[in-house]
Structures are given as C-alpha cells and as structure tokens.
Design a protein around this ligand. Structure first.
Ligand code: PRP
Length: 178
C-alpha cells in the first residue's frame, strides 16, 4: 500500500491533536444538550470513532450510509441512501460527522434530508475540507484541516475501497487513479 503513496499529508499525531481540539469544542458547545452524532459511512468511521471518544459530555450515536462515488474518482452528483438512521431525530441536536467535504453534494443532500425530519439543530463536523472543489455553497461548522486538491486516502478515506486502514491522511500517486 505504502508504495502507492506520494507522501503523508497529515500525520496520525497531527490528526490526534486536532480530533482532541474538535472534541473539546463540541463538549463545550453541546453541554447539557445530549447531541446525536451521525457517522456517514463508510469514510468517516475512523474519524468518528476517535471523535466521539474525545467528546466528554453525554451523547448518542447513529449511522447513515450513502453512496455517491462508487469506484470512480469523480462524483456523479447522485446520492443514494444505502442505510438509514435507526431512530427518529425529531427534536434532536444533530451533528453530521464526515471525513471530507469535496463538491458538497453529499453533505447538502444529507443536511436537507435530516432537517426535514425536524431536528432542533443540524451541524456539520468534517475532518477535511477541500473548498476549491465546491459545487454547492455549504460550510462545515467544525473543520479539522483545510486541504488542497490532492487525491487523499487513509484514516477512512479510500480509492476503490482500498487504503482506508492507513493511519495517516496520504496523497495517492496519480498513476493509481488515472
Ligand atoms: C466521500 C466522502 C463524502 C463525500 C464527499 O464518500 O466520505 O461522503 O465523498 O464528497 P462530495 O463533497 O463531493 O459530495 P464516498 O461516496 O466516496 O463514500 P465512502 O464514504 O463510503 O468512501
């Protein structure tokens, strides 16, 4: 796997530090609110597992699986719900947890869908934000790192379902996906 990588962009140590900062912020902002943190499968599963443990107030978790990219490196713009939430979110403070916001199409779809279910608040926490690729105006409320337009893998991010288990966020060699 490591031979397919140009370089480590964000090390696991930098990620840990940032996740702890995000956890502290969320703990402060949601004190007494019992927020529901929603993991958007599959990319955000590793970030999510670390983030929820960095939040030091009571919270609940749920999982939503959507698919927009398939095995291709560019989005089709179509978002499909593969697995819906287990419970009603009516009247809940919801935080959508993503690994990366790229065009914004996925998050825009998810945020609109969840808001229609009468949440009390709906915010977005993303590890990575790639604003240069945005097609829709959507701003995360909590961002770990703003990144440039590289093809990133690791710490949950994949290319054709590979590389999710790399501990750092890495730049993939162009010859792998071109
Ligand atoms: C990735 C990522 C986000 C989305 C971001 O998911 O996890 O959900 O793309 O892209 P966008 O801002 O252009 O919509 P993907 O569909 O690759 O599925 P995965 O999480 O299972 O890897």
């Amino acid at each position: 796997m490591i031979n397919d990588i140009v370089k480590v962009l964000i090390s696991k140590e930098e990620i840990t530090k940032k996740v702890n900062e995000l956890g502290a912020l969320i703990s402060k902002d949601y004190k007494g609110k019992n927020p529901l943190l929603i993991c958007i499968l599959k990319g955000s599963c590793i970030f999510f597992a670390d983030l929820v443990r960095a939040v030091k107030i009571p919270l609940e978790i749920d999982f939503l699986a959507v698919s927009s990219y398939g095995a291709s490196a560019t989005t089709t713009g179509e978002v499909k719900v593969v697995k819906d939430l287990d419970k009603s979110i009516d009247g809940r403070h919801v935080i959508i947890v993503e690994d990366i916001v790229d065009t914004g199409l996925t998050l825009n779809f998810i945020k609109q869908m969840l808001m229609r279910r009468n949440t009390l608040s709906t915010k977005i926490c993303t590890l990575l934000d790639k604003p240069s690729r945005r097609k829709l105006q959507i701003s995360p409320d909590y961002t770990g790192f703003e990144v440039e337009n590289h093809f990133l893998v690791g710490y949950g991010l994949d290319y054709a379902e590979k590389y999710r288990n790399l501990p750092d966020v890495c730049i993939l060699k162009p010859e792998i996906y071109q």
